[in-house]
Structure formats: structure tokens, C-alpha cells
Design a protein. Sequence first.
Lengths: 148, 284
Amino acid sequence: MATIKLDIVTAEKLVLSDEADFVVAPGIMGELGIFPKHAPLLATLDVGEVRVTKAEEVYSFFISGGFIEILPEQITILANTAERAEDIDESRANEARDRAEILMAQQGDNISFSQAEDSLKRAAVRLKVVQKKRASRGGGLAGTSLDG
Amino acid sequence: MATAREIKRRIKSIKNTQQITKAMQMVAASKMRRAQIQVVETRPYAEKIRAVISHLAERHPEYRHPFIVPREVKRVGLIVLSSDKGLCGPLNSNLLRQVLHFVRGQSVSTDLITLGRKGRDFLRRTGQAILAEATGIVDKPKLIDVVPAVKVAMDEFLHGKLDQVFVAYNEFINTMVQKPTIAQILPCPLPPGVVRMQSWDYIYEPSSEKVLDGLMPRYVEFLVYQFLLENIASEHSARMIAMKNATDNAKDIIFDLNLTYNKARQASITTAISEIAAGSAAVS
């Protein structure tokens, strides 16, 4: 089966460079499922989960928005931040969610409310990614890690 | 002539200083290497975002993002990057001299945004208008660390309060050479495009305008982030050189003092012997 090259980059570093069979990314207008030989596409990404399928295995990343460039042989995700599911700090995400919920309950002015809403969303998605990861157990990553 | 004991004490004190400067030199050297690696690690993102923006600008010349449209300059903004800590040779003073020169050379007034303590302190002392400031730059910054300062500049630019924005930083040429540089970020100089006109175009989601609207601020932030990393690499290499010079100077001083100490010791021995000789001559 044909594969497609996937790079996930943030401003700080290259997070992942791997071959994939199928990639799902959180587009701003809905999830994008990408197989090899996809038409060229440039999209804005929302906060969400990137799922990578490679040789029957699925692993996932949390990204907090960004852009995706799709070419027939190559996908590049320019993420604002990216974390692999294994690296998400669950207790921190939990704390962040609680904080955001309290802030939202207090109903401050509009700016802080929408900020709280944003951070609540980020925390919730982070938790979703990490919990799903735990439920599936394993599904680790081939030796392509480029984390420093 | 100082007594032998005094000289001995001075030698010891200078040796202590030398140990400290030597240690600082080592620390700076390893931090510099790390900073250089970090600069290299931003390259994949840099290449991609440049390619995408130049593609967009080429294929959709009819859409002009406010960040790329030049206009009449009535007020200029300057983001000044400097280090929080000193002991890095003439690095900050060279840059800040350049900044003052730039500010005085403008026909319109300049608002400053400072990132780093040294720049802030100096520019405040010289009575410049400082719009915003941030200190506490860590050795391994993330993009998010420059966002507040850049956001101030971008907002002012969008509201028409600033018509041009520059960044002053030290360009890292090599370990020995850092060049104070002032680069324009707004209106944003488009990345040198791949001049060949591609025959295909992307499908855009939601639309090419929206994608470009989202990309441009990221690009500007990213440019400043890269400048900050260069400035940090420059800071550590300048400190390394300054500390190496200090260590070498200490070595020279210790050498001289040792010579003086030995001379003093010899002189006292000679005096002692001649006194003994004179004494015994008087007895016999």
C-alpha cells in the first residue's frame, strides 16, 4: 500500500517525520481524512487531535491549532504546539480544565470569558487524546522520534 | 615594595577570580552550542512557512494582507532585543548605540518595545519612549515567549499607530563575530519566492484569504522568534569570548605577580644572608 510522508513541525522543532498510511487532522471546518495521492490542499487547523495510521497501528498527537499543507506525496502540519499523546501531562491538563471552568463560571468580561473557553477547549481535547491513548494501550511509535 | 605575604594574598585572590571566569566561559560555551542547535531546529518550520506564503502571494496577488501593504510613514516602531545579564563584552552596548543612531536618524518619532533587561534599562535612562517591555528571557525560549511583544507591535500597526516596525538584534555570524542588525518586519518583506509560477493551486479551507490571514501573524511572530534565538546565541558566544579574555588576563597577572613575589623573596634572603655574614664578621 502506498504511504504518504508526514511532517509535524512547530516553530521550535520538528516533532515528527514519518511515513503514514492514513492521517486524520482537525480542520477548522471539520475533520480531514487524508490518504496518499490527495489533491493539494491548504487548511487552517483547529485545536484537536491528529491521528496517524501506520501499518495497522494508530498513534495520536495533540495540536493547538495551526495549518496543514497537503501535497500528493507529502503532508506538512505547521502546528502552534504539538505534543504526542504519550507526553501529555494528564494531571496538568486536569488542573487547567478545572481552572478554566471556574473562570467561565465567574463570567468576567467578554475577553477573559473567551480566553477561558479557549483554554477549557484545549484542556478538554488534551484529556481526550490522552485518555483514548490509555484505553487503547500501546500503539507506540516506531523509532522515528525526533524529540530532543 | 610590597611584602611577600601581601603578594601571595593577591595571587590567591586573582586565582579565585580566574576560576570563576573559567567556569563562566565553559557554561557560556555549552549554552552557545545549545542555542545554535535551537536555531537549526527552527529551519523546517521556516522553510515550510516561507514556501507556503510565497506560493499564496504568487497565486493570489489580488488579495493584499494589511501586513504587506506599505504606507506613508508617520510613526515607526522598533523592537529591541537584548540580554538580561551583562558580562558579555560590548554586545549590548554596540547594539544599543546602533539603536540610538537609528532613532535619531528617523525623520519621524519612534516607539520602542524592549525585550531584555539591558536594553530596557539603557533606553529608559536615555529617555526614549518605551511602548512595552518584557524581561526574563530564558535560555531556551519558545515561540510563545515573543508573542506578547510582537502582538503589541502588530496591533499598533493594524490600528494605524505605527506604520513601520523594525527589530534590532545581534546577528550571529560566528563565535567571534556578532553583528548588530536592524531588520524590518512590518510591512512584512515577503520571503524570496520560488519565482517559477506553479501551474497548480491548493484547495483552500476555509478560503485563501482566511488562510493567509492566519499565516501572516504567525510568520511575523516566527521572524522575531528567530531573531531572538540569534540574539541568544550571540549573547552566549560574546560572553564566552569575554570570559576567555578575562581568564587569559588573570593568567598574565598571576605570572607577573609570581615574578614579583620571587624577587621579593630573593631580596629578603639576600638581605638575611648579608646580615648574617656581617654579624659573623663582626664576631670573629
